[in-house]
Design a protein around this ligand. Sequence first.
Ligand code: ADE
Ligand code: ZN
Length: 326
Amino acid sequence: MPIPKAELHLHIEGTLEPELAFRLAARNGVTLPFDSVEDLRAAYSFGDLQSFLDLYYALTDVLRTEQDFTDLAEAYLARAQADGVRHAEIFFDPQAHTSRGIAFDTVARGLLAALDRSQDKYGVSTSLILSFLRDQSAESALETLAAAEPFLDRIIAVGLDSAEVGHPPSKFAAVYERARALGLRAVAHAGEEGPPDYIREALDVLGVERIDHGVRCLEDQELVDRLVRERIPLTVCPFSNVRLRVVDTLDKHPLRRMLDAGLVVTVNSDDPAYFGGYVHENLTATATAIGLTDDQIHTLARNSFEAAFLDDETRATYLAELDAHR
Ligand code: ADE
Ligand code: ZN
């Protein structure tokens, strides 16, 4: 049985497997610019973040109805259960859909139909993280947050993703302030392709409680010292870092250096359909490639529950289950 864990950095759109993409395309009368599942899978070779995002957004075209979003989330939750995931905080990118004429409510209702039965059906507790596309305008982010208001009981936090360089966190100060006023927590992608200063800005200007990726913090010792001192969790995604060329090869991934530095790191899958594996494989393959001890693997799982937006009682339950797993 895989070690119990929380997954905190997972884009639901990034769980769209080629087989499901073709099934939804057929159901919705959409023609994909690929001849077959194999042809599509062969396109999963990326030079950088943008080349991945181009395919990721193109494939969202098959997601049209509530049922499509439900099917997408169901497939992830079944996979997560098999991977030992007990709790998942799931990013969704509403603007990737509203910009195509799909209503926010269609996306949210579809995802929540699956998420609301996830605890009973899969033993996985869930919440949503509303992620703004940083390469769209600050006004568009504010409109997206307004559209989300009827669903705030199931949205735990706001996040920031998409093309990082040239779109610093400070661009979204107003929408994060509004989100906080609405009672939402805050995270942001920073220091994936962007510089260490974007991590600082996310902390100082947006007030985020976790940093997604954050691997480039290692270029700035003062920043590392601060992240350690303030115990800011970093949701690291090793397969993603290799596939998007943030890191050359898995055996060169800095995860162990990050652990040794005292950083609160967690392991996550980011966009598992595109990057070659789900969260447990990210953990085990990385552990093998860089030589992590069982204690370090346990620490990563512990960090995932400690970094999660859970109430104290639920967190304690998960941590007890983790300790019993040894
Ligand atoms: N959207 C989906 N995956 C992402 C990533 N790794 N970085 C930025 N935006 C994303
Ligand atoms: Zn991500």
